[in-house]
Design a protein around this ligand. Structure first.
Ligand code: SF4
Ligand code: SF4
Length: 398
């Protein structure tokens, strides 16, 4: 196993972390996890050197934490950093902090969490965190020796990410990132920004929920033409491990084959270890995926700032993500991420643009700045029609 710096913390983390959100399922059960098989693959991963386990209150409807409590017996708890998250979507009052933390520690059969995160932070959860004084609660738990470090996982737009990063002296953050998601969610800018502040960045969704594990034919041809042979998943993982800003990559592994392959990949990983040819292959893969992309925005941000607060690259990134997604759940999540952008001009943050396509006044200021020659107001109108009015993509694109 390779080990990497965990931001400013005084321990090193395995390049591969175990995400306990997609454990092997029991037969005939949608969410129930198979204890024996989960134990077998998690302990195998730890024996291979994984020292970071990530879970959360809702994973497997609460079974993930309970199962981990059992699996980490027999000396395994001491071999790993154990991380779980305060379910912000269920927190209503300040007192809920204690209730959830106590129950989670009970489920996990531990009196110490190495990191406790605010789960799925977005603009709304961030406001709630501040309103309920939950940072104070985190620090109190830290002083009591119940949690080691404080962080947050993130699902919103890049301006919100920067705002949250700037709000507190975080130990770590967990973001969605892969070679297709460099311009949505926290974005590459967010990754680099968090790292520049000494915050450990943990990456989730490295294969974009499986999208990058099932490449289109042209992408397979591009991989096969390389002198370096890798699986689609290995290409996606190595892209992330190549980045010095990343601490560890979480993979939600569901069977032994995935654990074996991902551990093998992690052992071959390294910062800035990809050759020029390998980086070119990844660029080509990204390019092939982008053929499915509806608006050829490269997120260069030359068009920004929009004087009316439209986040132009974010709007296009979300539309393109919708076009690429194959799973219904992910298409739903993508549509939801669009709803998080603001459609009311009075609510736009002009210093940290968060406006959706509906706010565009068609002033045209941005158009000539775009090196891709995108007719930005026209495309923004399509974005809004597809994502907000739910008009079919085929009505707007060939
Ligand atoms: S055309 Fe629309 S997106 Fe472009 S600068 Fe004007 S308001 Fe902003
Ligand atoms: S200038 Fe064009 S390519 Fe660059 S971010 Fe704006 S729309 Fe995208």
């Amino acid at each position: 196993m390779q080990y990497r710096k965990m931001g400013s913390l005084d321990w090193e983390v395995s390049a591969l972390g175990f995400g306990a959100m997609r454990l092997p399922s029991r037969r005939f059960s949608l969410m129930g996890a198979d204890f024996e098989e989960s134990q077998r693959i998690i302990r195998y991963g730890i024996d291979r050197g994984i020292n970071y386990i990530d879970t959360a209150w809702p994973y497997h409807l609460g079974e993930s934490e309970k199962i981990l409590g059992e699996i980490l017996k027999d000396g395994y708890r001491e071999k790993v950093k154990l991380v779980t998250k305060l379910p912000m979507f269920l927190v209503r009052r300040t007192e809920d902090f204690e209730r959830f933390l106590n129950q989670q520690m009970e489920r996990l059969q531990t009196d110490f969490l190495d990191i406790y995160l605010f789960h799925a932070m977005n603009a709304g959860a961030f406001e709630k965190m501040k309103r309920l004084g939950l940072i104070d609660k985190m620090e109190e738990a830290q002083r009591q020796g119940r949690i080691g470090h404080i962080g947050f996982s993130f699902h919103d737009t890049q301006p919100v990410f920067r705002e949250i990063i700037d709000y507190y002296d975080w130990d770590m953050t967990q973001i969605q990132y892969n070679y297709m998601d460099t311009a949505i969610q926290a974005t590459t800018d967010g990754l680099e920004y968090a790292h520049s502040k000494g915050i450990a960045v943990v990456v989730m969704e490295p294969v974009k929920g499986g999208t990058l594990a099932n490449p289109p034919v042209k992408a397979v041809e591009a991989m096969n033409s390389s002198s370096v042979q890798r699986t689609p998943v290995d290409w996606a993982l190595q892209f992330i491990w190549n980045k010095p800003e990343v601490a560890t990559v979480l993979s939600g592994m569901s069977n032994m084959q995935q654990v074996v392959e991902n551990c093998d990949s992690a052992e071959r990983s390294g910062i800035n270890s990809l050759s020029g040819e390998e980086n070119e292959v990844i660029d080509r893969l990204a390019g092939i995926y982008r053929q499915k992309i509806l608006v050829p925005c490269t997120a260069c941000e030359y068009c920004m700032p929009c004087p009316h607060g439209v986040n132009i690259p974010q709007n296009f990134a979300i539309l393109n993500a919708l076009s690429l997604e194959q799973s219904g759940i992910r298409r739903f999540q993508t549509r939801r991420s669009y709803r998080k952008l603001v459609g009311n001009p009075d609510q736009v943050n002009k210093n940290n643009p968060n406006g959706n396509g509906a706010i565009c006044t068609e002033c045209g200021i941005c158009v000539e700045k775009c090196p891709q020659e995108i007719n930005i107001p026209v495309e923004l109108e399509k974005v809004h029609a597809i994502l907000r009015k739910r008009e079919p993509i085929s009505q707007h694109f060939d």
